[in-house]
Design a protein around this ligand. Structure first.
Ligand SMILES: *Cc1c(COP(=O)(O)O)cnc(C)c1O
Length: 464
């Protein structure tokens, strides 16, 4: 393809994108295909001869689009949103064109220096102290794994990477029974073992881990000669939005000299609004904090913001400096590949720059506030209906409900029927062992009327 052809095709793709978004409400939110439908339309071997792009585009519409679940649909109320604000899409497009590899400062100084600045902007936006430095990771899972590895190395006096884990004392990590599965996986991958992830029972409206139970578990482990290596707390856990009492967790950690990591992958974005910061009071005492601008803030996937009080501990855990990666003649530069598990790094800061500059923090805050207000209003409306029961009250824009008296099977049937209908998209979760329906809002361009449609769809289908 010549670059002139590229320019023409890119303009066509941009037009296609604008039409897609302007008419997206006409599409069912969740893909309505069955397993294998798409694969059956794809050749089993690659073509020997090239094809004109127009034909590929036509096949894209015909084959691919029916199998897409529309994450940018304003009535996507499932999982957590993964937004792609148009300004950030443009930045991603430019990044795709330049395709820089941003592992070291010298492999693209602009990427490194902008990453430092954008993490400063985000830290400022969230109201965190200046003491934090930041790095952009590909995902919250990676940030959590990096934090768990730091916990491990710190607790083993930096011998784990060198000597391996056999023959080492048993390490223990603590978290609540509400944490995301990425915490479990980080424990597996770090070689600490599921049995050494101690899940503390949660209590109260916000489902926080009981600090007395946490304290007791640590004391018992110390007694038995095991080493408490880390505590992982959550602000806005995935199931129902559980928020730990960070002040008390930090106090326990401080008393025992334990490294702390906070998973605020979803809810972290809401902290750009000062009125929501009571949910994570004490966050400023954590060693490591992750939140995903690719969820609620509007930065195109992927983009996970990872803040560290002392990045040296992370670097001591992950940095390797072979000769071919050394930058000679430039002192005091940051090589972010020493802060993350993959060596290669995309230029993720650019989309944050476009996003925050174009909408402004006030524009981003206005969206978050609308989502929370509209979601809570819908919850109130549904709770006024005699046949519905709110199971867990809203934490920000997330709450759970069911039809009063419904069995787990009935609840699953209702979720499936709603998603087959296509107007909205919801997912289920377990609360205290019973199946419930999750509602969460956060699509970048959703409007109040989308919540009216949600009310109509839910009540109509449940009563049918
Ligand atoms: C989404 C989510 C994660 C995982 O995020 P990735 O970036 O996909 O790894 C972890 N924790 C919580 C609370 C989440 O909501």
């Amino acid at each position: 393809m010549s670059w002139d052809d590229f320019a023409k095709n890119a303009k066509d793709a941009a037009d296609w994108g604008a039409t897609y978004h302007k008419t997206i409400r006409d599409r069912p939110v969740r893909a309505q295909t069955s397993p294998g439908d798409i694969a059956a339309q794809l050749d089993t071997t690659p073509p020997e001869d090239g094809t004109e792009l127009a034909a590929i585009m036509a096949d894209f519409e015909r084959i691919v689009m029916p199998g897409i679940t529309h994450w940018q649909h304003p009535r996507f109320f499932a999982y957590f949103n993964s937004n792609a604000a148009p300004a950030s899409v443009l930045a991603e497009f430019l990044t795709a064109i330049i395709a820089p590899q941003c592992m070291l400062w010298q492999t693209s100084p602009a990427a490194t220096e902008m990453e430092t600045r954008m993490m400063d902007w985000l830290r400022h936006g969230l109201g965190l102290p200046d003491a934090y430095q930041g790095v952009i990771q590909d995902s919250a899972s990676s940030a959590t794994l990096a934090a768990v590895l730091t916990m491990r190395e710190r607790a083993l006096n930096w011998t784990g990477n060198i000597e391996g884990l056999s023959g080492q004392p048993t390490l223990r990590i603590y978290c609540s029974d509400q944490v995301h599965s990425s915490i479990d996986r980080a424990i597996w991958v770090a070689g600490i073992g599921q049995d050494n992830l101690v899940k503390i029972r949660t209590t109260g409206d916000l489902r926080h881990m009981d600090p007395l139970d946490l304290e007791a578990a640590i004391a018992e482990d110390k007694q038995a000669g095991r080493i408490p290596a880390g505590i992982i707390a959550a602000t806005g856990a995935t199931g129902m939005g559980a928020c730990d009492d960070l002040q008390s967790v930090a106090a326990v950690a401080k008393e025992h000299g334990i490294y702390t990591h906070l998973d605020a992958a979803w809810a972290g974005t809401a902290m750009i609004c000062p009125e929501f910061r009571t949910l994570w009071e004490g966050a400023d005492q954590f060693d490591s904090i992750v939140f995903n601008p690719h969820k609620w803030l509007g930065a195109q996937f992927d983009c996970a913001a990872h803040f560290l009080r002392d990045p040296d501990q992370l670097r001591q855990t992950l940095a390797i400096r072979p000769e071919y990666l050394k930058t000679h003649g430039a002192q005091d530069v940051t090589d972010y590949s020493e802060w993350s598990i993959p060596l290669g790094r995309r230029f993720r800061a650019l989309k944050l720059w476009f996003l925050m500059r174009h909408y402004g923090m006030e524009g981003l805050r206005a969206r978050i506030r609308n989502h929370v207000t509209w979601s809570q209003a819908l919850c109130d409306r549904l709770s006024a209906e005699p046949d519905f029961e709110i199971v867990t009250p809203p934490i920000l824009s997330l709450w759970t409900f069911k039809v009063a008296g419904a069995s787990d099977d009935d609840t699953q049937r209702l979720v499936d029927a709603i998603n087959d209908d296509g107007r909205i998209y919801l997912t289920q979760t377990l609360v205290d062992g019973q199946k419930v329906i999750r509602f969460t809002a956060g699509q970048f361009d959703c409007e109040e009327r989308d919540f009216d449609t949600a009310f109509d769809t839910i009540t109509e289908i449940a009563r049918r």
